[in-house]
Write a protein that binds this ligand. Structure first.
Ligand code: ZN
Ligand code: CA
Length: 415
């Protein structure tokens, strides 16, 4: 282990300055393969083995539930919900051929460009059954993280993965030096499954580090997480195992133009605009049909990925009450002093106070199952009524609030 760590530190020190893209996945994978020898040497070894599910029809969109763990040491690193959503949007564009710059693919590569047909959605239910917006914020005293998975465990200042057979885990944190991100290949240890991205390159809005401001670090790392290798196979004119990506000598940098023939054996030269190269965010914009096939194949061959495609955390009804953050709750009494009826309700919900001393509530707030407020109404009289006619059918929480901040809440079903 000491040797691995030493090798890791050595690699990290050799990384180029932040001006150049660097992906930690190859070095990380090497360390993992030394630490966990049972791991498949290459994801392609999965081919033809361990088939766990029936093949996914070629036209089907595969939906992946995502949890984004924001592990922050200061408020700058605690990026906004909006910035996180912008990354999810970028992933969905890039994996579905909806990125505007796809039109820049040169004519000779156009027939190879592919929509992968994979959609990413933030999870709606936590592993404990509580409602969530798919964003898990955790404050840490750790100043920055390295590619040694510290961010993936609560015991080392990060946060434990949510069950990777139900969630794709993305950790966003401050990564050391020039490291933009790294991913685990399929087939690795379950509790380390997922991708890690530096907060300065996550999303397309916010305080981002140009030229990595179009969310392509995550696209690239999710490509690895779905089994793709770098185009040059991490060797001199190496092999990425994909037939339709041309061989290339090494990584491309910056924003090349025209044809670059680095290995001399391909008619149109390097595909430097591929997401699995090292070009700037603004200069990578395609996956190929071969890469599409490889990524989608996983969902019938890798147990963890196929389970994910069938996960229920986007549709399950939360079984727990939402947490009302910032609201001072009183404990719910065993015998209820407030009656709300009818329940289920169609239009009008009547509130009745059994004991007049409870009737000091001045306002009623209605929250949906995600804990978002959807209605509010002032209360007056001893038997007020709420009009819920315009709410969609579902589970709601009616919360009564007094002028002194005291609250009372009850679960209501709207029909
Ligand atoms: Zn990479
Ligand atoms: Ca290739």
């Amino acid at each position: 282990m000491a040797r691995c760590l030493l090798a890791l530190v050595f690699c990290v020190c050799l990384l180029p300055s932040y001006a150049q893209r660097d992906c930690g996945t190859p070095a990380y994978t090497e360390t993992m393969q030394r630490s966990f020898p049972a791991m498949p040497r290459e994801i392609l070894a999965l081919e033809g083995t361990g088939v766990t599910a029936s093949p996914i029809p070629d036209t089907a969109v595969i939906v992946i539930p995502v949890v984004v763990h924001v592990v922050y040491n200061n408020e700058k690193q605690n990026i906004s919900d909006k910035q996180i959503l912008s990354q999810i949007e970028a992933l969905n564009a890039d994996f579905n051929g909806l990125n505007a710059d796809l039109s820049r693919v040169p004519a000779y590569f156009k027939p190879l460009a592919a929509s992968v047909g994979i959609r990413f959605e933030l999870a709606r239910v936590t592993p404990q059954g509580a409602p969530t917006n798919g964003i898990n914020r955790v404050k840490t005293s750790t100043k920055y993280f390295k590619d040694n998975d510290g961010v993936k465990f609560t015991r080392s200042g990060g946060v434990d993965a949510w069950d990777p057979s139900r969630y794709m885990n993305i950790w966003v944190c401050d990564l050391d030096l020039s490291l933009l991100g790294y991913a685990s290949f399929p087939g690795g240890p379950k509790d380390r499954d997922g991708v890690v991205i530096d907060y300065k390159v996550f999303g397309t809005i916010g305080d981002l580090q140009a030229p990595y401001n179009k969310g392509r670090t995550a696209t690239h790392e999710v490509g690895h997480w779905l089994g793709l290798k770098h185009l040059w196979g991490d060797g001199y004119c190496g092999d990425d195992g994909i037939d339709d990506t041309p061989q290339q000598q090494q990584m491309s940098r910056g924003c090349p133009t025209g044809q670059v023939h680095s290995c001399g054996s391909t008619p149109y030269g390097d595909m430097y605009m591929n997401f699995m190269d090292f070009t700037n965010d603004g200069c990578m914009y395609m996956f190929t049909l071969g890469q599409r096939k490889a990524m989608r194949r996983l969902f019938s061959q890798d147990p963890l990925r196929s389970a994910l495609a069938a996960s229920d955390v986007l549709t399950a009804t939360p079984s727990q009450m939402p947490e009302f953050k910032g609201v001072d709750l009183v404990a719910e009494p065993v015998t209820s002093p407030v009656r709300m009826f009818p329940n289920p309700v169609i239009d009008q919900l009547t509130i009745e106070f059994e004991d007049l001393k409870w009737a000091g509530y001045s306002v009623a707030q209605v929250f949906n199952h995600l804990g978002q407020q959807v209605a509010q109404q002032p209360l007056s009289g001893s038997r007020p009524a709420l009009n819920l006619g315009n709410l969609k059918p579902g589970l709601y929480f009616v919360q009564l609030k007094g002028n002194g901040g005291e609250t009372y809440r009850q679960k209501i079903v709207k029909q």
